[in-house]
Design a protein around this ligand. Structure first.
Ligand code: ATP
Ligand code: MG
Length: 357
């Protein structure tokens, strides 16, 4: 029988709250399908730093690295910074140290959740932002040249990472085309009209596109994409992009489906993967039991699918599908979280999704 070791890092703020609901749902499908999931929780984040002087200890890093997958809540807290003033962001440390270049952020409308766009086609939105997560403009983090007179940060794109991102884009488009029964399309989001780095990136993507004749490849400027994600988001499929553009567009895209509480994500590398909601620790609502755990629950489903792809078997894929269907059913039957004007708290979402399972 399969057995999967899952490292659980709840983190700070609403992180541990949404994690509890997410784990309850995973445990329910594990019981039903005998998936062999084994969870071990570890401390990391701003509160861990405050209490122990380390936000991600070497031991927790090693346990996470050696696990089959990592589930992460959210990390960071206002006012808790390192002694040198830099932000505590162990989730970025994990991305960098484990080479998690592919930030997969699926955007799918959940039936029953009120959408800001009135066009009926909005209910059919189903696209993925693929945010490169280790270089781009974030390459410069903590390395910028800052003087009294000027501030300079650097954008870096490398060929190995860009090729890997392109391959991931076309593979993802291929899987989605098979599942959704429509032609796949990869639209690179860039600013090639201003920066030569992005013209170079288009060429790298073009090389990989040539190996995938069944998938449409085009490119879109990021400013035009910001407009089109509001005007016609239902037209897009897989949207690979540079780190900072992806950071910004994925918040915009989360807004299209009801907010951060509905936006799951996966940070994928060649060997490792972290699954976490796209949102942060939400200090404004932490500790009140109000956080919407849907993004965390859907991130858990993404983890099961990833384990299935890595040879874990069909039961994992079936369980992922059941979680998604249960989330859809719970909202279709009237589940309404505070972020969309309802009153059902974090634990209630967990209970209703499990009931729908
Ligand atoms: P980060 O720097 O990690 O991106 P952030 O400062 O951008 O964090 P978030 O924690 O993502 O902030 O929160 C942005 C807003 O969305 C806040 O008002 C927060 O309350 C709300 N929010 C985030 N996650 C959820 C959730 N799961 N349920 C309800 N509201 C949420
Ligand atoms: Mg944010």
């Amino acid at each position: 029988m399969n057995s999967f070791e899952i490292a659980v890092l709840g983190g700070d703020g609403i992180g541990p709250e949404v994690m509890e609901a997410g784990l309850a749902v995973l445990e329910a499908v594990d019981q039903r399908h005998k998936l062999g999931l084994r969870f071990s929780s570890h401390r990391a984040g701003a509160m861990a730093y405050r209490d122990t002087g380390e936000d991600l200890s070497e031991e927790v890093f090693a346990r996470s690295r050696d696990a089959d997958a990592i589930l992460l809540g959210a990390m960071g807290w206002p006012g808790i910074r390192r002694d040198d003033g830099t932000e505590l962001a162990p989730q970025i440390t994990l991305r960098m140290r484990l080479g998690l270049f592919g930030g997969v952020r699926p955007i799918r409308a959940i039936p029953g959740v009120p959408l800001p766009l009135r066009d009926p086609r909005a209910a059919k939105m189903d696209f993925v932002i693929l945010r490169e997560s280790t270089e781009g403009l974030f390459f410069s983090k903590d390395k910028g040249l800052i003087t009294h007179e000027m501030a300079e940060e650097t954008l870096r794109l490398t060929r190995p990472t860009s090729l890997a991102l392109a391959r991931m884009s076309f593979e993802l488009a291929g899987e989605r085309a098979a599942r959704l029964g429509r032609p796949g399309r990869v639209t690179l989001v860039d600013k090639a009209n201003v920066f030569r780095a992005f013209a170079w990136l288009r060429e790298v993507f073009g090389e990989v596109a040539a190996e995938h004749p069944g998938i449409v490849f085009d490119a879109h400027y990021v400013d035009a994409m910001a407009l089109d994600l509001i005007r016609r988001p239902w037209d897009f499929d897989v949207l690979p992009t540079e780190n900072m553009f992806g950071d910004i567009l994925s918040d915009l895209a989360a807004g299209l489906i009801g907010g951060m509480g509905f936006a799951p994500s996966a940070d994928l590398g060649a060997e490792h993967a972290v699954f976490q909601p796209s949102h942060g620790t939400a200090p404004d609502i932490a500790g009140k039991g109000l956080a919407n755990p849907t993004a965390m629950i859907l991130s858990g489903a993404m983890m099961l699918e990833w384990l299935a792809l890595r040879g874990g078997g069909d039961a994992l894929r079936a369980a992922a599908g059941e979680i998604r269907a249960a989330v859809d059913q719970a909202f279709a039957e009237g589940l309404r979280t505070p972020d969309i004007g309802g009153s059902h708290g974090t634990a209630e979402v967990g209970r209703r999704v499990i009931a729908a399972l």
